[in-house]
Ligand binder design. Structure first.
Ligand SMILES: Cc1cc2nc3c(=O)[nH]c(=O)nc-3n(C[C@H](O)[C@H](O)[C@H](O)COP(=O)(O)O)c2cc1C
Ligand code: SF4
Length: 520
């Protein structure tokens, strides 16, 4: 009998020794003359337990973790014996952190072999495409629109409306572009999908291609994700071999093929028009809108550009129907959100749940507070352009509109936790410095404003004419917010002003009401 083990090949697991663990377990199996099949799966997203080793048993998979290479011999002996081991976590699916999630987009991540098309199909893969082919382009667009799915890259724009616009734009050549630049701090969900369940992204992009009449797709992946690039390329080749990409997708009359493109590492190349410039081989610079990419995108052709998670959710919606997805969530935030818990947090990782859970539940209850054990002082939600929320705002539900109402954003679903040793004036300065470094330089409020902002925060912290300089900072933020061409300059005021509003003591000032108007 062959013993089957699962050891993640996810970059987060590799970073803490998963490769060495796999090698030592393989050696231990050879020594005990036991036939072993080690499947290199994606991560389950419980990062504090990585490397997480799972053993297939008649009663389901049993998890052990975190396993270090030195634990491998003892673990192997336990596996051959009665399974007792200090790092035994029990049946994987019963681990409370995993059990309380609603995994729709991440349903297969950590379960399947990411390089096996057969395994993907054995776990329900390509059922969404099958239905898409049966109902045809117009019904696909309608299903996605009805599901309430909103773009998971940050702006939260309704995916169905975007697809409908491209579908209705006449052109002999259209494109599907996947934004896998994932530049937001504390985010890794796109990477996890590409490394753990790449076929779901391929299937989602294929469905989009059929819906809008596009025969070619590109996945634009940041260069810092070499494992994701390799896995995506292997999966694309396998899908092509299996007849799921090419001139006749799944033996239908639809043609769709795709390839990977690797970015060069600029945050602004995550902005969709910059990304298109970069894909065309130019320096990534933001384009003025209109025209929208949906009308005139890649190489001037109508283009659907969506985030990895948006595409990866489409197959499930097509398979289970829009009503199934729409039933989860609150208000105008329908379905589930793969939330990423990071920074100074005890239980960091990927937590997919329906919209509506509060920030406090996520940080204190799910995340277990800080890793340092000190009190949580602030959390930044939505990447480097997201606001800092103090504990007083922890009752905010995870919902696009609720965050906007409190001058914040949920962005790509990243939450970065800070304990009480953080200096919020330094964080405000960092936001402006980041903007100055990453600015594409096209518009003045961002290019110049960010640099002047850094100098102004420095003057405030030095105590130089504090009141006047705070007023200058507020004016500067207002100009950046309302005068910038894209959200890099336009949203940098969120971390700056939230730090100033909620943590004025770090700026040496008494609590006060800044003049920046509420978000529109
Ligand atoms: C500076 C900047 C960086 C961005 N980075 C990303 C990114 O890394 N990934 C992403 O999907 N969207 C990013 N976006 C949002 C994209 O412009 C765009 O809204 C998104 O790709 C659309 O896909 P969606 O509708 O599926 O969210 C960024 C926007 C800005 C302004
Ligand atoms: S806001 Fe900044 S990044 Fe965006 S277009 Fe203007 S200069 Fe470029």
């Amino acid at each position: 009998m062959t013993l089957r083990l699962y050891i993640p090949i996810d970059a987060g697991a590799l970073a803490v020794g998963a490769e060495e663990v796999a090698a030592t377990l393989r050696a231990a199996a050879a020594q005990h003359k036991v036939a072993v099949d080690i499947v290199r799966n994606g991560s389950r997203g419980l990062y504090w337990l990585e490397p997480l080793v799972e053993v297939e048993t008649p009663a389901g998979r049993i998890a052990y973790g975190p396993i270090e290479p030195g634990d491998a011999d003892g673990l192997f002996a336990a596996i051959l014996g009665n399974g007792t081991h200090p790092l035994r976590l029990g049946p994987t699916e019963h681990i409370p952190w995993l059990k309380r999630q609603t995994r729709l987009t991440f349903a297969r991540c950590g379960i399947v072999d990411p390089r096996s098309l057969d395994d993907y199909r054995a776990h329900g893969g390509y059922a969404g495409l099958e239905r898409a082919l049966a109902v045809g382009p117009e019904a696909i667009v309608e299903e996605i629109a009805q599901s309430g799915l909103r773009g998971r890259g940050g702006a939260g724009f309704p995916t169905g409306i975007k697809w409908r616009t491209v579908a209705q734009t006449q052109n002999a050549q259209k494109y599907i572009v996947c934004n896998a630049d994932e530049g937001d701090s504390g985010t890794f969900a796109d990477r996890m999908v590409m490394e753990g369940d790449p076929f779901v992204l391929i299937e989602g992009m294929t469905i989009a291609g059929i819906a809008v009449g596009a025969s070619k797709g590109y996945v634009y992946i940041r260069s810092e994700y070499p494992h994701a690039v390799a896995t995506m390329e292997a999966a694309i080749a396998a899908a092509r071999r299996g007849g799921f990409l090419g001139k006749r997708v799944a033996s239908s009359s639809f043609a769709f093929d795709m390839e990977v493109r690797v970015g060069a590492g600029a945050y602004v190349c995550g902005e969709e028009t910059s990304l298109l410039d970069s894909l065309e081989g130019k320096r990534g610079q933001v384009r003025a809108k209109p025209p929208l990419p949906a009308h005139k995108g890649l190489f001037g052709r109508p283009t659907v550009i969506n985030n990895v998670l948006s595409f990866a959710t489409a197959p499930m919606i097509m398979e289970k129907g829009s009503a199934f997805y729409r039933d989860f969530g609150m208000g105008k935030s329908r379905g589930t959100m793969p939330i990423q818990l990071a920074g100074n947090i005890k239980y960091g990782g990927l937590f997919e749940t329906a919209f509506g859970v509060t920030l406090g539940e996520l940080v204190d209850d799910v995340g277990g507070g800080t890793r340092s054990g000190r009190p949580v002082r602030a959390v930044q939600v939505g990447g480097p352009l997201g606001a800092y929320f103090p504990r007083a705002l922890f009752d905010t539900p995870f919902d696009y509109e609720a965050f906007t109402a409190r001058d914040g954003l949920i962005g790509h679903g990243g939450i970065v936790v800070f304990d009480d040793t953080v200096n919020m004036a330094k964080q405000a300065r960092f936001a402006l410095e980041f903007c100055a470094i990453e600015s594409c330089g096209k518009c003045t409020p961002c290019r110049i404003g960010s640099a002047r902002g850094v100098e102004t925060v420095d003057r405030i912290v030095r105590g130089h004419d504090r009141a006047a300089n705070i007023a200058v900072l507020e004016d500067l933020c207002s100009t950046m917010k309302f005068g910038s061409l894209c959200a890099l300059g336009g949203f940098t005021p969120y971390p700056v002003m939230s730090a100033l509003t909620h943590f004025p003591e770090d700026f040496g000032a008494q609590p006060r009401q800044p003049r920046l108007q509420a978000a529109e």
